[in-house]
Design a protein around this ligand. Structure first.
Ligand code: GLA
Length: 321
């Protein structure tokens, strides 16, 4: 088998993958060989664990967690507070106290089941994309109030004192969004929020090549004293929703993708002291969320391994140093 990613990067950072249980059917050996961190793609989200009041379903997440535990792979929890994939019932007639209490009870059940995981995303995607607005308008914000982010970090930390809690967001390297994320993190930290890390989702595409913005972002988030995770890495082959389906195999695009990955991993290695883990959102191209999103029916090939799980030129680009 080809060189192991986690071995190659052992002096730099952990190498993670996010996936769903079906990936385990074909990729167990490959995951054991290459990755030393896993994230459940969906199965630990609030609505997946606790979609109905009082009813918990740990089955799907357990498949991934048990596999990880058996193979000494770190588990990154994802995610508590978000505007998506959280069941509506927790917001119905909720007050600030009842909502925080619901979150506390939820965190307790998760802890009773898994113990304290080393790291967990406490809040996902709370900053608005539109330049003029700051916090995203969510039920969490409306019910708990302007300082809800710091309140929820405190509640989860009370339940899981030894878990390092992360804030996680996308477009985190964009100059129009990054300053707002930095502002929020500073405000929350000043308010005593127990934030240990910043998750930089890093959903890139081949046409966004502001690599200096990646460096600046690592520097600015790192300067807050936070650990950093590259938390959902992939590189889309398309710029726009309307871009037509590329034919595949496509050596030209394979090469473009390899160059892109080479550049970003050079940066990650340069900043490795700040980075705890680099996690890909998917193992092989066939199970990427970018197949059919945002354009139904359109295939993407954004990862290091092809549909059959074989290493692509991009794989060799990030292991060639
Ligand atoms: C966001 C979330 C992830 C996942 C992806 C799409 O980035 O943080 O949990 O839902 O969108 O798959």
């Amino acid at each position: 088998m080809e060189v192991s990613l986690k071995e190659k990067y052992k002096d730099y950072f952990k190498i993670g993958a996010a996936f769903s249980p079906p990936t385990l059917i074909y990729a167990k050996d490959m995951i054991k060989h290459h990755f030393n961190s896993v994230t459940c793609e969906n199965q630990m989200k609030y609505e997946c664990l606790n979609g109905k009041p009082g009813v918990y379903n740990f089955g799907p997440a357990d498949k991934i967690v048990n596999f990880a535990k058996e193979n000494d792979i770190a588990i990154h929890g994802h995610t508590f507070v978000w505007h998506n994939q959280v069941p509506d019932y927790i917001f119905e007639n909720a007050t600030k106290e009842s909502l925080l209490n619901n979150l506390r009870e939820h965190a307790k059940v998760v802890k009773e089941h898994y113990g304290e995981l080393p790291t967990f995303d406490a809040v996902n995607e709370a900053i608005e994309d539109k330049t003029e607005a700051y916090l995203r308008d969510t039920k969490w914000l409306n019910i708990i109030g302007d300082n809800y982010i710091s309140e929820v970090f405190k509640v989860i930390k009370e339940v899981m004192p030894s878990t390092e809690l992360y804030y996680n967001d996308y477009n985190e390297c964009f100059p129009e969004k990054r300053p707002k994320i930095v502002r929020m993190l500073k405000e929350a930290l000043a308010d005593g929020a127990p934030i240990s890390g910043m998750g930089m989702q890093s959903h890139y595409n081949l046409f966004w090549t502001e690599f200096d913005e990646i460096k600046r972002s690592l520097e600015e988030y790192g300067a807050l004293g936070l650990k950093l995770r590259i938390s959902e890495l992939d590189v889309s082959l398309y710029k726009e929703k309307e871009d037509p389906q590329l034919k595949w195999p496509n050596p030209e695009y394979e090469e473009k993708l390899a160059d892109y990955y080479r550049r970003v991993f050079e940066i990650y290695r340069e900043y490795s002291e700040l980075i705890d883990c680099v996690t890909f959102w998917g193992v092989a191209d066939s199970d990427s969320w970018l197949n059919g999103f945002p354009t139904p029916g359109r295939r993407n090939h954004p990862l290091l391994f092809d549909d059959k799980g074989n290493p692509k030129p991009a794989f060799y680009a990030v292991t060639d140093f």
